[in-house]
Design a protein around this ligand. Structure first.
Ligand SMILES: Nc1nc2c(ncn2[C@@H]2O[C@H](COP(=O)(O)OP(=O)(O)OP(=O)(O)O)[C@@H](O)[C@H]2O)c(=O)[nH]1
Ligand SMILES: [Mg+2]
Ligand SMILES: [Zn+2]
Length: 301
């Protein structure tokens, strides 16, 4: 029996976990206690494990998580690359802004990677996100300059790739790290989106150190992924709002409609993009409703 105090779960499939250690990867089961406590080990979890002489292992303990996302189900990530295609499927800025905010709230660095620039210009996206202070890369399957720059930024960190199905997450991973050969789907023109080709969440070791996590694309409603975001921290999660937050007339300003709101003034002055502020208002309403709904749930005896 050998023990490891700091293994890393690369993936979980059908009740088995593949855990990387200094002696290689071991297939492990999780102790029954996790199920009883309602805890599911996640890809990205740091764990204590024991390995029997026959090479089979058991996950004994999950070390404290820095963060954990529900969708994609992954823990301890440093960066979230949100892949957005200029078309097929066309970008939905509300979903993008929700994901950026969720990442910020969970302490994860958001990055935007714009794909399919050969089919359509990404000018609208540069206009909005250039001002938002979120790093933006215009990538290509052939591996243009931005693709290479993004690859360098990711070295040594754990990065999850997310975005709508068919935007080109697997294609981008292949462009950056050809050795992965992630399966990609031919786009279905009828639906305007790709087939579901990526099924599992898996940490892929990068040649320069660190890991990339390819994830299956979500459907448009599946974006509530960390739970760390609330209506009270939402404005902080829109980074370009930060310089204005102390300038509002009312300290309780929600930056959605108030008189004397410095954020709304910055939108009028062209400093903040209208689309970001509109989406902020929508997400604020959603979070407010969600909170009211949760309270109602709790009050039921
Ligand atoms: N023209 C063009 N097509 C692209 C580009 N990037 C990806 N595609 C195509 O878009 C389709 C979907 O790409 P995938 O990489 O499978 O998309 P995905 O995001 O991994 O999709 P899921 O695994 O379903 O979530 C494939 O046919 C790709 O060849 C691009 O920059 N330009
Ligand atoms: Mg894929
Ligand atoms: Zn305000």
């Amino acid at each position: 029996m050998k023990e490891y105090s700091n293994g890393l779960i690369l993936k979980g499939v059908g009740g088995f976990y593949y855990v990387e250690t200094s002696d290689g990867v071991f297939e492990c089961r999780a102790r029954g206690i996790f199920r009883k406590l309602g805890i599911t080990p996640l890809a990205g979890d740091r764990v204590k494990l024991r390995v029997s002489p026959d090479g089979t292992g058991a996950v004994e303990e999950i070390l404290p998580r820095r963060n954990a996302l529900v969708r994609p189900p992954v823990a301890n990530i440093d960066r979230l690359v949100i892949v957005v295609s200029t078309c097929e499927p066309s970008p939905n800025t509300l979903i993008i802004d929700r994901m950026i905010a969720e990442a910020e709230a969970a302490g994860i660095e958001p990055i935007l990677a714009v794909s399919k620039v050969d089919l359509h210009s990404g000018d609208g996206l540069s206009e909005i996100y250039g001002k938002a202070g979120v790093p933006l890369y215009f990538v290509s399957p052939e591996g243009n300059g931005d693709t290479r720059a993004l690859k360098e930024v990711l070295a040594g960190t754990i990065t999850a790739f997310t975005g709508n199905s068919g935007v080109g997450k697997s294609t981008l991973l292949n462009a950056m790290f050809g050795e992965f050969h992630q399966p990609t789907g031919e786009i279905s023109h009828k639906l305007g989106r790709g087939r579901h080709t990526t099924r599992e969440v898996e940490l892929l070791p990068l040649p320069g150190g660190g890991y990339a996590v390819d994830t299956p694309g979500f459907s448009s409603l599946d974006t509530d992924f960390s739970g760390a975001l609330t209506k009270d921290n939402l404005a902080e999660c829109f980074r370009e709002f930060r310089p204005y937050l102390n300038g509002c007339r009312f300290t309780s300003c929600s930056h959605t409609c108030e008189k004397g709101c410095a954020v709304l003034q910055a939108v009028r002055d062209g400093e903040i993009s209208p689309s970001r502020q509109e989406n902020y208002t929508e997400i604020y309403r959603e979070l407010k409703e969600k909170k009211a709904w949760e309270k109602k749930e709790k009050s039921v005896p």
